[in-house]
Design a binder for this molecule. Structure first.
Ligand code: HEC
Length: 244
């Protein structure tokens, strides 16, 4: 009590604060709302006033995921790979040197849901596409220690035995089309055809490394997804020069 009075009489501030803010809930609510709004406006105003070349606009240099990549992405989500891997290269020198050009917002335009991740127990995967041969991914997912001694990544041997289901993937493609991803078709026959032709390419790459696989193995789909990550962005941003 005496401590309070001492403070009030010494500065005048404490008394004013208690009288005007702490005792009047309405005034206090308005004042806190104003204070918080300032923070929101600082974030929002630049979004509405920036030039049209802003980096969060829709871009034409990223294409939708193919059906096989959609299948791989669904497996990536199911297995929780995003719990250890981010997909978000920040505009900082160390990140750019390690992972490549920092991520532009438009690169996520077909990512539903986003898989940015919030933890990096493993490296960022945003531009991992093309970094390794298909056979490396196969061996790595079968047993991470076989390619990366000392790795803490779990093994995923069931991806070798489990099969993707074209009907299931057609449903995923239809869902993506419904929310605006431009697919030329969502027929199950079309989806199955695309799955097989892209899968066959990966099966061939694996065969040349002595690995036997089939187009509908889950590990083939997940490899297709990993191998396309950030590839279009890297190609496009390399031509921009300068800022990457
Ligand atoms: C417990 C955390 C953890 C989980 C879960 C995990 N990883 Fe990893 N991952 C790592 C670590 C650590 C490394 C680095 C060592 C290595 O290469 O294995 C890594 C490396 C990788 C790499 C190589 C990256 C590079 O640039 O060298 C790929 C690709 C990868 N993981 C894919 C996956 C996929 C796909 C899944 C889900 C099926 C997954 N990871 C799940 C921890 C994890």
């Amino acid at each position: 009590m005496s401590d309070h009075n001492h403070h009030d009489s010494e500065t005048g501030y404490g008394r004013f604060h208690r009288r005007v803010f702490e005792r009047k809930a309405g005034v206090f609510a308005v004042a806190t709302t104003v204070a918080i709004s300032v923070g929101a406006l600082v974030e929002l105003i630049p979004m509405f006033t920036a030039s049209s070349s802003a980096s969060w606009e829709r871009v034409d240099w990223v294409t939708p995921y193919t059906p096989l990549e959609v299948a791989g992405r669904d497996i990536y989500v199911r297995e929780g790979c995003y719990l250890c891997h981010s997909q978000m290269i920040r505009p900082m020198r160390a990140e750019i040197l390690r992972y490549g050009p920092w991520t532009r917002a438009g690169e996520y335009q077909y990512d539903r849901p986003f898989l940015l991740g919030s933890r990096r127990l493993g490296p960022d995967l945003q531009r991992v596409g093309g970094k390794y041969p298909d056979a490396w991914h196969y061996e790595h997912m079968r047993d991470p220690r076989s390619t990366s001694p000392g790795s803490v990544m779990p093994v995923y041997p069931w991806l070798i035995d489990s099969k993707i289901d074209p009907a299931d993937i057609a449903a995923s493609v239809r869902a993506l089309a419904r929310v605006g991803t431009p697919y030329e078709s969502t027929d199950e026959a079309w989806v199955a055809g695309r799955l097989q032709s892209q899968g066959a390419t990966i099966v061939q790459n694996l065969a040349s490394a002595g690995i036997t696989a089939e187009w509908d193995d889950e590990i083939v789909a997940l490899t297709a997804y990993l191998q396309r990550l950030g590839v279009e962005g890297r190609a496009h941003l390399a031509n921009q020069g300068g800022d990457s």
